[in-house]
Design a protein around this ligand. Structure first.
Ligand code: DLL
Length: 433
């Protein structure tokens, strides 16, 4: 089922809507946000210079530091009385990035999540367990309101307290699980430890995963562990929260809601706009947000855009899986590698579990990498030869597939830290990181 006819417009119709809404957004930003007025003036632009999609590239980019420099509400385009909700992104250091919503923004968000969950297969018959953390994080509230909007029964479980999650899941008959993919894997493991087979004893048929990267190998693990159908969705607090894009059941990439967001892909080093299918940094201009308009926001997420027809009937452009961030690329002995590529290699090796952590540090002038992985089978521990062979296999695969030399540490089953939200996969111990 398709939630809204606005997901099936012709390219011309999308262009018309985008141009009209882009112009409104630029006007609002210019007249209501001093930061944008001076940015546009510096670039020698008047709002009326931005009329068509071709004009978009004239606009300056917005970056996270612009939000930081205007903390907390400096980029808001509406008076405080019109704001009905605040959220903030966690941010590992310093102050969080604050975002705000008007009543209309909340309505838009709810509508977009309704589209996204419908696309993933959720209907009014579903019982949806939201296992994202409720609070300043946009994940839980965003999904919650859209799921209710389609008529699903929502269990606002939040993250953590995993045994209770499983109990509720069993007793309430949860059919759709909403959370990060890493937490999804952890929950399945806890269920099994409780003597519950997620495939046989639970009714979860859909998994809607997002908020962090995941590979196809991880999707297979999730599908196998739960006996569910996993889809992925993408979003970002600054842009709205979850609800920027999501996969339909054809699994052809994530459909972007183009009547609300204009996507571009740029070369992150030069800023040059790239064409369909080319990989680079995703830039998004939200075109219906009232409280916090952002022009050409640099997401730092690396993906590509695909306009070919999708069998589901939606005509919106699709973005490929995020295969890294411009700031999480590791350069090891001159080889560029993303943590997601390491994950893909690890997940395809038998005998090790899906939990891992990467440590990067300096030895002399060289960057070195150490990967902690976990054994699935305790029996390995009894045989030095088996352990050594497995270690060699992992190192060999990393060398042949990615060209990197890593130290691999094998750990006993269930000993590495588990995530209840976004997994911290990389610990960078190099100075200044
Ligand atoms: O994570 C919003 C969200 C919540 C999306 C729940 C989907 C589901 P932030 O905390 O601001 O917002 O983090 C945004 O998370 O720039 C990506 O790097 C990463 N991210 C989100 N979804 C995906 C995904 C929410 N499907 C940042 N694949 C983004 C890869 C993702 N990375």
């Amino acid at each position: 089922m398709i939630w809204s006819k606005d997901e099936t417009l012709s390219r011309d119709q999308f262009t018309k809507i985008q141009e009209k809404r882009l112009s409104e957004t630029v006007h609002s930003a210019y007249h209501n946000v001093p930061h944008y007025k001076s940015k546009l003036q510096e670039a020698g632009l008047e709002p009326s210079d931005i009329r068509t999609l071709d004009d978009l590239a004239k606009l300056p980019f917005t970056v996270k530091d612009d939000l930081r420099a205007n903390y907390p509400f400096g980029l808001f385009a509406v008076p405080q009385k019109d704001v009905v909700r605040y959220h903030a992104s966690s941010g590992t250091t310093g102050k969080p990035t604050v975002v705000g919503y008007t009543k209309n923004d909340i309505t838009t968000w709810t509508e977009l999540i309704a589209r996204m969950v419908t696309m993933a297969g959720v209907t009014a018959h579903d019982i949806a367990q939201v296992s994202f953390g409720y609070g300043l994080f946009t994940g839980a509230f965003g999904l919650h309101q859209g799921l209710e909007h389609v008529g699903a029964a929502v269990i606002p479980m939040s993250s953590g307290n995993t045994e209770k999650q499983i109990m509720i899941m069993k007793d309430f008959g949860t059919t759709a699980l909403i959370g990060t993919p890493s937490y999804g894997l952890h929950m399945a493991e806890v269920a099994r430890e409780m003597g519950i087979d997620p495939k046989k004893d639970l009714k979860v048929r859909l998994g809607l995963f997002g908020g962090e990267g995941s590979t196809e190998a991880m999707r297979r693990e999730l599908n196998d562990a739960w006996g569910l159908f996993a889809t992925e969705n993408y979003g970002m607090s600054e842009l709205i929260g979850p609800g920027v894009s999501g996969e339909c059941q054809c699994l052809n990439g994530m459909h972007i809601f183009e009547d609300h967001f204009i996507p571009e892909i740029i070369n992150p080093d030069t800023g040059k706009v790239l064409g369909p299918g080319e990989s680079g940094e995703l830039i998004i201009t939200p075109i219906t947000k009232e409280a916090l308009p952002l022009l050409r926001y640099r997401t730092k997420d690396i993906t590509s855009l695909h306009y070919e027809k999708c069998e589901c009937g939606r005509t919106t452009v699709r973005m490929a899986k995020i295969h890294g961030r411009t700031d999480d690329m590791l350069i090891l002995g001159g080889v560029n590698v993303f943590p997601s590529q390491i994950e893909e290699v690890l997940f395809n090796i038998e005998g090790i579990g899906p939990h891992y952590q990467i440590k990067v540090y300096k030895k002399g002038y060289l960057d070195r990498i150490e990967i902690d992985v976990e054994l699935i089978d305790e029996d390995f521990l009894d045989s030095f030869t088996l352990l050594e062979n497995l270690n060699q296999t992992i190192r060999g695969k990393l060398r042949t597939v990615l060209g990197i030399d890593a130290k691999v540490n094998l750990h006993e089953p269930r000993t590495l830290a588990r995530s209840e939200g976004k997994a911290k996969r990389v610990i960078d111990l190099r100075e200044g990181k």
